[in-house]
Design a protein around this ligand. Structure first.
Ligand code: PHE
Length: 337
């Protein structure tokens, strides 16, 4: 190999080491191996040499061509590979973004909000009360004296002798009436607790919404109109309601409201135990003893109250056979609402 060949190889190696792009490599290839390149020039010189030197010169030029070709090919591969790596590292702005997981409103809260909206349109204001209640607000002011057997129905968890986890939202009635004078229209949604053994329709933690209206000359017809209208709105159905006599210490008369089955429309199905009717809520006219406990004039004011279980309504509305699903925190279930 001649000095000239050495120089060419060195020069090509230097240029190829600096080559960053395929275009740089191509320029080197053209310069050395192109039709008018360095190697072609060497071949062109061969016929001008004395005949005995020609074979050797030709062979050397061929060898140089081989070496240069290999170098250029290698350099081209390296440049391509590093460009691939580069583009893998560079963020691709055309890719879709990563969607952050988004929660949703719990089905029970959705039904609660819907009820509050419906009653708001009828002039009822939403209020809330504490989940840890006093014996006075939950029992005594609601006409349930100590040791009265009616206490059993609202047996609950006690924090102290006088403080308990509320088993109903009815104490909210007392709290509002203690603070305000009639006329009043309020609803109080919230969490309640009972000493119930859990099954598909009983939970130790559940939800109620309480309603209370106090004014001059409020009667049972008003109660019926308010409940009938709001239940039709809630279930989006022309359902009928009926009242069955019942007993609550804080209302007189008291009733259990039934509505035509929201599943079968009254034909009879499993949801309504083939009766066509569903027990939905307790209600009645406020007992004068409750008004006395909060200092209202029982001659002037009358009122009605009702309390309904929100969880049961959500089960009916969404066709959920086991209400415990609401509280197990399984997002596969909750995501559906
Ligand atoms: N608080 C009662 C219950 O939990 C329901 C009710 C509320 C009944 C208001 C009458 C009036 O069963």
């Amino acid at each position: 190999m001649t000095e000239k060949h050495q120089e060419l190889l060195e020069e090509a190696r230097r240029l190829l080491t600096d080559a960053d792009t395929e275009r740089d490599v191509e320029e080197v290839r053209v310069r050395f191996l192109g039709r008018k390149g360095e190697v072609a020039a060497l071949f062109k010189q061969v016929p001008q040499l004395p005949p005995e030197k020609r074979p050797e010169a030709g062979r050397a030029a061929n060898e140089l061509k081989q070496q240069l070709t290999t170098m250029v090919e290698q350099a081209a591969e390296e440049v391509a590979a590093s460009r691939k790596q580069e583009s893998a590292r560079r963020p691709d702005p055309t890719l879709p973004g990563i969607r952050p997981p988004r929660g949703s409103i719990h089905p029970i809260v959705q039904v609660m909000d819907e009820l509050v909206d419906i009653f708001r349109e009828l002039g009822f204001e939403a209020v809330s009360g504490p989940e840890v209640e006093t014996d006075w607000h939950n029992f005594e002011a609601l006409n349930i004296p100590p040791d009265h057997p009616a206490r059993d129905e609202w047996d609950t968890f006690y924090v102290t002798d006088r403080l308990l986890l509320r088993p109903q939202t009815s104490p909210c009635q007392v709290r509002v009436m203690e603070k305000r004078k009639p006329p009043l229209r309020i609803v109080a949604p919230g969490r309640c607790f009972r000493r119930d053994t859990e099954d598909p329709t009983h939970f130790s933690m559940f939800h109620q919404i309480e309603g209370l209206m106090v004014d001059e000359e409020v009667n049972f017809g008003d109660l019926k109109a308010v409940l009938h209208m709001s239940l039709r709105r809630l279930f989006h159905q022309d359902l009928e309601v009926r009242f069955e006599p019942d007993y609550f210490p804080f209302t007189e008369p008291s009733a259990q409201l039934h509505c035509t089955c929201v599943n079968c429309g009254g034909e009879g199905c499993r949801t309504c135990s083939y009766s066509g009717w569903i027990e939905l809520l307790g209600c009645g006219m406020v007992d004068p003893n409750v008004f006395k406990a909060v200092g209202y004039d029982t001659e002037r004011w009358t009122g009605f109250a009702f309390g309904m279980g929100i969880d049961r309504i959500a089960m009916l509305k969404y066709g959920i056979p086991d209400g415990r699903l609401f509280f197990q925190g399984d997002v596969r279930f909750l995501r559906q609402f």
